[in-house]
Design a protein around this ligand. Structure first.
Ligand SMILES: Nc1ncnc2c1ncn2[C@@H]1O[C@H](COP(=O)(O)OP(=O)(O)O)[C@@H](O)[C@H]1O
Ligand SMILES: [Mg+2]
Length: 509
């Protein structure tokens, strides 16, 4: 028998127009933590979805415990004791934790010897035992809609364990967690290894790999680049293999030289559709030449602050003052004219017109002014010239350059297009909400240096991000939001990421 519990030989998987996995061969040993590292779109999820039976490879073979896999289906993978926690959880929100865990495999007992009923009591007991063994405490009777993301992830993990998974695949499990929750998850993963389980950890975070993984496979554009021994390989080396060039982790950033107050937010209140104040009395200032970053766990009101400043959500109370002018009730277009550029969280609804070309999208905010439009006549040649300049400068990759229909572009390149267009407006105040969400290290690095360059030109910048690393890298001042309120505002250099993480969870001094 081979030394590997899982072996993939020459696996190729194609999607229309792209080879997602290109002749990948690798072996995973029983009882190891095997990391899969690669930029966005490198083919990690596809490769592991094949192992979990969601796709059949176009070419190549998969072996589990030395036996060739003939049937590709999640049911068969479950029979082979393979489990997967997907990037986006697949839980039913109005079911309880127990109901979700047993979904599809309800254990039955016979009432009066013949009526089948679901044996909830015994199931609850078994779940409680599993939770205890792995330190995954949950209340099995809670409904999914009432628990937070980190709890939901525990449910996904318990679901795998309940099905007696021995090979556990985690697809970017830490993307949605706070630093403290990440530590906790990594400890659970180690505990699973101690119990003899085999773990596959997909991530693009090098630190996590360094902390827990034994070996790491690095993928780039569908191909396997290398499998390295984590203890013997530096994170820098891994990053370079991953992006195919040298990278710097921390941005070169000189101390900020703040000027006058550009944006003043006083006692801002924003209510949701139910009239609940999701932003509840928030005040802060941003000066020219300063990056003010709002840190916080998703859903604490940070996006609503950005929306209220940009005019996309009405303020129910308080004031927003831009460069001395009260804009609390101004329409969006007026705010834009007065100098707000906005890179929104929801790219597809607010950011782009998907059926327009890239070139049209890049000029969306300027088509009605000179030199693009003079006396009511559009000048296409200026469109082309300008969009080519932006495509080049922001490294926006697409099939047919400016003529590409935006809908067909990858999410990362759509994001680069919005950033290019908004930065190019050259407004004194720019809002970035989750500017690098879903992008890979190479693109993140480029966008971060662009944000810093804008600051250095003297712009005031509001950054809203769920990525603590991003906040720590870029912020001059950090405001931590919890439950609609800024629990703490302080210069970035006075706080460690651990302290920020504490405030994010609502811990006060
Ligand atoms: N179901 C699908 N249909 C078409 N293209 C897909 C599908 N799934 C993934 N792809 C493409 O395959 C490539 C690899 O994707 P994926 O495996 O998700 O990468 P990763 O997980 O490393 O980010 C990407 O270019 C992606 O757009
Ligand atoms: Mg993926």
């Amino acid at each position: 028998m081979s030394e590997y519990i899982v072996e993939m030989r020459h696996v190729t998987k194609r999607f229309p127009g792209i080879v997602a996995n290109d002749d990948v061969s690798l072996g995973i040993k029983k009882g190891e933590i095997f990391a899969l590292l690669g930029e966005n779109g490198a083919g990690k999820s596809t490769l592991m979805s094949i192992l979990f039976g969601m796709y059949e490879p176009d070419e190549g073979e998969v072996y589990v415990r030395g036996k060739k896999v003939e049937t590709f289906s999640p049911n068969h993978a479950t029979e082979l004791n393979i489990g997967m926690v997907h990037q986006h959880f697949k839980l039913v929100s109005n079911y309880t934790i127990t109901e979700n865990i047993i979904l599809g495999m309800e254990p039955q007992k016979k009432k009066f010897g013949f009526l089948p009923v679901v044996d909830i009591k015994n199931t609850n007991k078994k779940i409680a035992e599993l939770s205890k063994k792995f330190g995954l405490e949950v209340d099995p009777t809670q409904k999914i809609e009432n628990i937070n993301v980190s709890m939901q992830q525990r449910v996904e993990i318990l679901k795998m364990l309940y099905r007696e998974a021995e090979i556990l695949i985690f697809d970017e499990p830490t993307a949605v967690l706070t630093p403290q929750e990440i530590e906790f998850l990594l400890e659970i993963i180690r505990e699973m290894r101690r119990n003899g389980k085999t773990i596959i950890l997909i991530t693009h975070k090098l630190e996590e790999i360094k902390q827990v993984a034994d070996r790491c496979a690095i993928m780039n554009r569908g191909k396997l680049i290398e499998i390295c021994d984590v203890a013997e390989t530096s994170t820098k080396k891994m990053a370079e293999l991953m992006v195919g060039r040298e990278v710097s982790f921390t941005q070169e950033k000189t101390p900020c030289k703040p000027g006058e107050v550009m944006l003043k937010v006083e006692n801002l209140v924003v209510k949701n559709a139910d009239g609940f104040p999701v932003v509840n009395g928030v005040s802060f200032n941003i000066r020219s030449g300063e990056i003010f970053a709002i840190a916080g766990v998703a859903g604490n009101g940070q996006v609503e602050i950005a929306d209220a400043i940009a005019g996309l959500a009405p303020a129910a109370g308080g004031k927003v003052i831009l460069d001395g002018q009260d804009i609390t009730n101004s329409p969006v277009k007026a705010r834009n004219k007065m100098g707000i550029a906005y890179i929104p969280e929801d790219r597809q609804t607010w950011g782009l017109i998907l059926d327009f070309t890239l070139s049209e999208n890049l000029l969306l905010r300027r088509y009605d002014i000179a030199p693009y439009c003079v006396n009511g006549v559009l000048h296409r040649e200026h469109f082309t010239e300008k969009s080519e300049e932006l495509i080049e400068h922001f490294d926006i990759r697409s099939g047919q350059g400016g003529q590409t229909i935006v809908r067909s572009m990858s999410g990362g390149n759509q994001q680069k297009a919005i950033i290019a267009r908004e930065i190019d407006l050259d407004t004194p105040f720019v809002i970035f909400v989750q500017p690098t969400r879903g992008l890979d290290i190479g693109a993140i690095e480029r966008i971060h240096s662009q944000i810093i360059a804008e600051r250095d030109k003297g712009k005031a910048i509001l950054l809203v991000s769920l990525e603590l690393d991003e906040i720590m890298n870029l912020a001059d001042t950090i405001g931590v939001i919890y439950n609609g309120q800024l629990l703490k505002i302080a210069p970035a250099e006075t706080m460690t990421s651990n302290e920020v993480g504490q405030y994010m969870m609502g811990v006060k001094e």
